[in-house]
Design a protein around this ligand. Structure first.
Ligand SMILES: *Cc1c(COP(=O)(O)O)cnc(C)c1O
Length: 345
């Protein structure tokens, strides 16, 4: 079989949630948008629920409906995009909590589903989602009369502890939420690590659950093993792959492995990335193609059956650095051709 194997350690996800929850002074939710950062929302959310998570966040109502089907009644499911036109049935039937982003959404929500739970998303400076301070000031009394379940805002620079934006957003969030009596949510993974001032009542970690920075103490969650299809000898001066971008400087042995950029192995990571055979690094040779990658196994001394791209030696952040991106993009790019294997849970 030429399918690569993506192993997802649900016990590591549970351990990461527990570790963040131990740091968090209030309640800890789980962010499972985008299919739990590409790792499989059903299995991940059920594992988190078993570990004790009672609140979840998704990006859109469709994701919330799918999550409700996985979790059944009980856990709170919040939707970052709020209440969009056409969402009322899903929000009502699946008992979702839209995080209202504007006066228009507020009106839509109370007209379509009077009395149905909602939260409010406030913009403390990121200028992405949520009500601006002036909009909120105008709405605040009316909104509070409808007893929102949660007020939240999101940090733009939480992964940079020394960034002045953090304190600036904290002040803005405090000013907007003072004396509301409503539960508050501010911290993502990075926000939990900034310390108790940033915690409030409910934290929303995502990346830290899945083993990514800025949660440096996270347990690794994903392993990716890619089968070798064939190996060949190269004479000095022979080239490998598209564009002849790699020329053998010496007598070499090259393995062709069965995955490529169509599986989320970003082309940009090629020049800096090693695959691993146990503890031996094997550099990528030439360009990453759609379904195939050439790997230099000369120094290995034998032809491996498979090579590891993610695991003990390469974290999602190693690959992210190599491709000049972030661990979030490595995870959410992981392709759907992999054979997925779940551990624990
Ligand atoms: C994605 C997201 C989170 C989770 O952030 P991480 O950095 O992955 O912990 C929290 N809140 C909002 C609004 C988000 O969009």
């Amino acid at each position: 079989m030429s399918t690569a194997t993506l192993t997802i350690d649900l016990d590591a996800i549970r351990a990461n949630w527990r570790a963040l929850d131990a740091l968090m002074t209030g309640e800890t939710a789980g962010v499972v948008k985008a299919d739990a950062y590409g790792l499989g929302v059903g299995k991940v959310a059920r594992a988190l629920a078993r570990e004790g998570a009672r609140s979840f966040f998704v990006a859109m109502a469709e994701e919330g409906a799918a999550l409700r089907a996985e979790l059944g009644p009980g856990p709170a499911i919040h939707v970052f995009s709020g209440h969009m036109a056409g969402d009322a049935d899903m929000i009502g039937d699946c008992d979702l909590i839209p995080m209202i982003n504007s006066i228009d959404q507020m009106i839509r929500h109370v007209e379509a589903l009077p009395g149905h739970a909602f939260g409010v998303q406030l913009d403390s400076g990121m200028n992405r989602l949520g009500m601006e301070p002036a909009e909120w000031a105008a709405m605040r009394d009316v909104a509070l009369e409808q007893t929102p379940a949660l007020l939240m805002s999101h940090l733009a620079c939480a992964d940079e502890p020394d960034h002045p934006m953090n304190a600036q957003q904290l002040d803005a969030f405090r000013a907007m939420t003072a004396e509301t009596g409503v539960p508050l949510s501010f911290a993502n993974t990075g926000g939990i690590l900034l310390g108790p001032e940033y915690h409030f009542d409910l934290a929303r970690p995502g990346i830290g659950l899945y083993g990514g920075l800025p949660f440096a103490d996270a347990s690794p969650v994903v392993t990716l093993d890619i089968p070798v299809i064939q190996c060949r000898d190269l004479a000095p001066g022979e080239t490998v792959g598209y564009g002849n971008s790699f020329t053998a400087p010496r007598q070499m042995r090259v393995a062709t492995i069965s995955a490529g950029y169509a599986d989320g192995i970003l082309r940009a990571m090629g020049p800096k990335t090693n695959l691993w055979a146990e503890d031996v690094p094997c550099p990528i040779a030439g360009r990453i193609s759609m379904d195939l990658i050439g790997v230099d196994v000369t120094d290995l001394g034998y032809d491996p059956k498979s090579l590891e791209l993610l695991g003990r030696h390469n974290s999602i952040d190693t690959l992210a650095d190599n491709a000049d991106t972030i661990g979030y993009e490595i995870l959410t790019s992981l392709g759907n051709r992999y054979s997925r294997r779940y551990l624990g849970g």
